[in-house]
Design a protein around this ligand. Structure first.
Ligand SMILES: [Zn+2]
Length: 346
């Protein structure tokens, strides 16, 4: 478990459901984990796979009975837990979209593999990450396996919402819902864990938007770089939108886009910052206490007065479009140039 504090996770109803299944030893063939991006569905799926196979519980069934399985596997050094943690366990399979979809060939290959007995696991676990990426062919192929699942095999599908999947698949799974973690709880957990100042922890927690894994990448190594980048972005946004682009030369705007585009991996994170800031321009009118960027509240309130809600929504759409384009491998610089010019429009 990385950034996710166990305590943060323990609050989840999802953990309680899994604890009951483990305690009773009655785990269904298929589970569907749902919740927002970055909430920790994949992390918990892997921990659950560890719990189903951990050697420790043979001697210490009391840990399972007491619902202490997460803590037990998090620090466990048994062969099975180590292999799962390092991604080298032969019976733990992870399937995710290669590109935009989970292809039929991926599901066929999986079906072939699991038609044989598990190599060493007590329970083989198949994790289908972002299962909404299955196309109808892949869904049908998976449905056939779910209807007649192989022995000693548990499927864990993850998705944002059940309605993103074919209903025939959903009806075969026990649903396990994850809820966004409150900002205060996240900030408190990170402050304690990384010994960072309250202001920084609050900003990170707000940016996580309830999904603690969302800024997993930013913590702890790149934390200060991330905070710096964020304040640079917010500074430029305030500038662009205070003047409504009037005094800014096109060259100035393109320079901002150029800097945002320098590292593709960071560009996506930057778009998250921009999106949350634009969202705050709308939210601050109704409930200022709910804005993410609390440290910029007065700027946000001032700039918000210059725009109609429709105009702000269209800017958020421009950011969403840029996000989609980046994911489908469009030219990074061109995409961000178009977006920045949209932001500068009245
Ligand atoms: Zn173990």
């Amino acid at each position: 478990m990385s950034v996710l504090d166990q305590q943060v996770f323990q609050e989840q109803k999802a953990v309680e459901i899994l604890s009951v299944l483990l305690r009773k030893g009655k785990v269904p063939h298929a589970l569907l984990f749902t919740g927002i991006e970055g909430i920790g569905k994949r992390t918990l799926a892997l921990m659950f796979a560890m719990a189903l196979n951990c050697r420790r519980f043979a001697d210490r069934p009391d840990l399972l009975q007491a619902g202490l399985w997460m803590g037990a596997v998090a620090g466990c050094d048994c062969k099975s837990c180590r292999k799962i943690r390092s991604g080298s366990h032969p019976d733990i399979h992870r399937v995710a979209a290669a590109g935009a979809v989970i292809k039929i060939d991926q599901v066929r290959e999986l079906c072939h593999t699991i038609s044989m007995k598990p190599f060493e696991a007590a329970v083989r676990v198949v994790i289908i990450e972002g299962a909404q990426a299955m196309n109808p062919e892949s869904s049908n192929a998976l449905l056939k396996v779910l209807e007649e699942p192989p022995d000693r095999t548990v499927f864990v599908l993850t998705a944002v919402e059940p309605r993103d999947l074919a209903q025939t698949i959903v009806s075969r799974c026990q649903k396990v819902g994850f809820h966004p973690v409150s900002r205060g709880r996240l900030a408190a957990a990170w402050r304690k864990k990384y010994d960072i100042p309250p202001g920084e922890a609050d900003i990170l927690a707000a940016m996580a938007e309830g999904g603690p894994c969302r800024i997993d990448m930013a913590l702890p190594a790149d934390r200060s770089a991330w905070i710096k980048r964020r304040s640079w972005i917010i500074g430029r946004l305030s500038e662009i939108m205070t003047r409504k682009g009037q005094d800014l030369s096109v060259n100035g705007l393109l320079a901002v886009a150029e800097r945002l585009a320098r590292k593709k991996a960071a560009a996506e994170g930057s778009l998250d910052v921009i999106r949350s800031w634009l969202r705050d321009l709308i939210v601050c009118r109704h409930c200022p206490e709910k804005i993410f960027n609390q440290d910029a509240l007065s700027d946000i309130q001032r700039i918000s007065l210059n725009y109609t809600e429709i105009s702000l929504l269209s800017k958020i759409e421009a950011v969403d479009a840029a996000q989609r384009d980046l994911r489908s491998n469009a030219n990074v610089r061109l995409t961000l140039e178009v977006m920045v010019l949209q932001l500068a429009k009245k």
